[in-house]
Each structure stands twice: as C-alpha cells, then as structure tokens.
Design a protein around this ligand. Sequence first.
Ligand code: NAP
Length: 252
Amino acid sequence: MELKNKTIIVTGASSGIGAAAAVVLARAGANLVLGARRAEELAAIAKRACDAAGRAVTLPGDVTEPGYAEALVALATAEFGGLDGAFNNAGIVGDLLSMPEMPIENWNQVIATNLTSAFFAAKAQIPALVARGGGALVFTSSFVGVSNGGLAGMGAYAASKAGLVGLVKSLASDHAAAGVRANALLPGGTVTPAGGEGNPEILEFVAGLHPMKRMAAASEIAEAAMFLLSERSSFMTGAAMLVDGGISVRLT
Ligand code: NAP
C-alpha cells in the first residue's frame, strides 16, 4: 500500500505497458486517472485496477491535443483532490521509413504523439505537483532514444524518444527545488501490440537482439515505472533509466 492516497495519471493505459502499470500501481493502493483514446479498453483496465485495490477513473482523449493533459489534471483534482505523479507513457512507433521516404505527416504525428505530448503533460502537471509539495514524473522513452543497432527507419521515433531524455534533464533541473522529480524510462523490446505481440517472426527477431535473448513482459517495465513513481527512487531525478535486457550494451 505504498501509494495509498497518492494520485497518479497514466497515459497509454488502454494497452501494453500503460495497462500493466495501472495494475501494478493499483496494487500499491494508488488513485489512478487513466488516459488513452479507446474508451472501452480504458474502462476494462480501470476495472482491473479497482479489482487490484486501487481507485480508478478514466478520461478518453488524444495526447496530441493540448487541452487533454489539462483535463486529466483537472479530473485528478476533482476526483481525488490533487496530483502526486504521472506516467506519461502513450506513444506510437509510426511508419518505419528512411528520412527521404518519410512523409511529413508521419514525422509530425510521431513527434506530436511522443514528444510534444510530453511538453503538454509537463506544462499541465508540474503546477499541480508543486501545489501538492512535490511529486514524480515519468516519461516512457525507449532504448532507441540512446542507441540504434541498425534498426531501419527509426529516425522519427528515435528523435522523439531522444527528445524525452533531453526534456527530463531540464525538467529535473528546473523543478527539483520545488520537490518535483522527472525521469525517463527506456524499455527494451517489450511484448505489447506495438512491440509485435501476435507476430512470432517479429518477436523472435527482436528477442534475438537482446543479450538475454528474450523481450520484456509489460509487467517488468511497469515495475520499473512503479519504482520511479514511488519514494523508492527518492534521490533520482533527470535520469534516463534503461530497462532493456542489455540491448543497448550491445548497440552502443
Ligand atoms: P501499445 O500497447 O501500442 O500502447 C500504446 C498506448 O498509447 C495505448 O494505450 C494507446 O491507446 C496510447 N496512445 C497512442 N497514441 C495515442 C494518442 N494520440 N493519444 C492518446 N493515447 C495514445 O504500446 P506499448 O508498447 O505499451 O507502448 C507504450 C510506450 O512504450 C510507448 O511510448 C512506446 O514508444 C514505448 N516503448 C515500447 C517498447 C516496446 O517494445 N513495446 C519499447 C520501448 C518503448 P489508444 O490507442 O487507445 O489511444
């Protein structure tokens, strides 16, 4: 019950890592505000979170819309009286294309979903955390934000995920005195719909890139998010924490 009476926003909560994190945080007693576009999937995850000892409300919406981050904070305040943390996790891979082939629309969509959304989130969430005396922000980056390893067509995705690593360093520096910690979580290949779930060929290829010769379960990444959101990581801020089965050791 280490997160009892703590209120945490989780985006990308309808699937994969975000859904697993909702359950892990709920088991620790958190009040959750869950976001993603798909309302039915969100409602199902909220039910699982409530069954796991937490309290959860949902607000379907799009993280590329500036007002959505504000609405999630407003819901946290209205429903639970304030905000203690956020797992800003929603993201897309986009089309894997080299730069000459990449349509501007794909570039813009990937940057908007993965990076500009983090600006909207920080802008809306930090004043709420400061009002509470501090809190923790976690942004889901990727091992691809600090390494490449010959994966083709990752330019937009890599730029967006590397951008998050830079962003958390500034957030950490600017807001530490107010008690706000900001860290990036960099998963390796993880079995989720975006990570190739249901496609054995992709799963085998990605597993083989890791020294551990396997991909992460979403729950393993969720446990790392729990660590960064809780007081267990009380002296960590501005970090880019790899949870990647060693893939970046091979690639850098
Ligand atoms: P996933 O199962 O596809 O989940 C992605 C989540 O993001 C979904 O809940 C999706 O919900 C939400 N989302 C996407 N675009 C959105 C938008 N415009 N507005 C609101 N929500 C949006 O993928 P995942 O693997 O769990 O990915 C979670 C995060 O981990 C992402 O940031 C991803 O880049 C990162 N990551 C994944 C891996 C991997 O191998 N799986 C590795 C490193 C990093 P809706 O579709 O309902 O909106």
